[in-house]
Design a protein around this ligand. Structure first.
Ligand code: PLP
Length: 361
């Protein structure tokens, strides 16, 4: 018998969320962001599930783009971090990968490449992470014009605060992006991450780049994924492998960090930080057993964690426990652990088998 710990991946929910992005994007087209192993869901399965829907994929790096090809898909793949060597540019050309050009170093590599790939130019409009200063675009375009072999598909920028609906920084970034792009109507524009799809009146330009929303976690601070019409894709599950009654005064787990103040039925679940469950999720982090919400108690160990079964007194060894999914959102667990859904989903380790569900064969 395999260990009962697994991640169920609902590919119908993934497609629902992609269609939600299309609906919100209006005339813009969403490229499906499948970096970091499809945000922990498995890049091949995720990319294949969207094959008939997504006209383009986006990943961080060349290895991930190659994984999309190995999965049998022929759509263009955008490399959001661009290339890490001159040689990578030739691979991109051969494989129809579209690297983002964001640095003078990458520009130098491009200059010496006879047959380069189609590229996107990354402009820095306020994130201050990657990209050429928006004001330097005329000079940059001038330099690129002297390289007749280079084809530029579009301009890209990335938001720093789109998740905060009250931020004004995103408006300033849009203004800078629009001003920079003004003289280049032939170039496509791409700015919107998941959050941008839900910002009232935010321009979505030609291509959006939804990531986290495809996986059914919230991109917006203070709004749940359900509020936004998104469905959870991953359900992280395990089983009760021990149940014990604790007397008041008894403790659970490492460091004696939790002590019963009343008779407590306690369950041990076969999942821990070695599976990617966050160790910082402390007492009171929600979980569910047999449709009943329960809470963690004590410290998360590498392979196990403890739950309070007083609200579910009939729960027994072998019963399924949901750590996150349809009953407890990954965002709730993330909030308890002081992090975001992105980190939890991408952090599920290779030890956890992914089981795929789909009504489409
Ligand atoms: C990861 C990433 C995205 C997707 O962001 P989400 O918040 O997950 O939608 C979009 N654009 C760039 C440049 C990224 O790195």
């Amino acid at each position: 018998m395999p260990r009962p710990t697994l991640a169920r991946i609902d590919l119908d929910a993934l497609r629902h969320n992609y269609h939600r992005a299309c609906e919100k994007a209006g005339s813009a087209r969403p490229m499906a962001v499948v970096k970091a192993d499809g945000y922990g869901h498995g890049i091949a399965a995720v990319a294949r599930a969207l094959a008939k829907h997504a006209p383009c994929y986006a990943v961080a790096c060349l290895e991930e783009a190659e994984a999309v090809r190995v999965a049998g898909l022929s759509q263009p793949v955008v490399l959001l971090e661009g290339v890490h060597s001159r040689e990578d540019l030739s691979v991109c050309r051969q494989q129809d990968f579209e690297p983002v050009l964001h640095s003078p170093q990458q520009l130098q590599w491009l200059e010496g490449t006879v047959s380069p790939p189609v590229i996107w130019l990354k402009l820095n409009t306020g994130m201050n992470r990657l990209g050429f200063p928006a004001a330097s675009l005329p000079a940059l375009m001038g330099r690129l014009k002297s390289m007749p072999q280079v084809r530029i598909k579009g301009l890209m920028t990335h938001y720093a605060c789109a998740d905060d609906l009250s931020s004004t920084g995103t408006d300033a970034q849009n203004a800078a992006f629009i001003a920079a792009a003004e003289g280049y109507p032939e170039l496509l524009l791409s700015a919107g991450n998941s959050a941008a799809h839900f910002r009232p009146r935010n321009p979505l330009f030609d291509w959006t780049r939804p990531g986290i929303m495809l996986y059914g976690a919230t991109p917006i601070v203070g709004l749940s994924a359900a509020d936004l019409g998104l469905k959870p894709v991953m359900s992280l599950e395990s089983e009760l492998i021990a149940v014990r009654d604790l007397e008041p005064g008894m403790t659970v787990g490492y460091g004696d960090s939790w002590r019963a103040d009343k008779p407590t039925r306690m369950g041990i679940v076969a999942i821990g930080y070695g599976d990617g469950y966050p160790r910082h999720a402390g007492t009171d982090t929600p979980a569910a057993v047999n449709g009943q919400r329960i809470r963690l108690i004590g410290r998360v160990s590498m392979d196990m964690l403890a739950v309070d079964l007083n609200p579910a007194p009939d729960a027994a060894v072998g019963d399924r426990v949901e750590l996150w999914g349809g009953q407890v959102s990954v965002d709730e667990v993330a909030a308890s652990a002081g992090t975001i859904g992105y980190e939890l989903l991408t952090g599920v380790t290779a030890r956890v088998p992914r089981h795929y569900l789909s009504s489409v064969v």
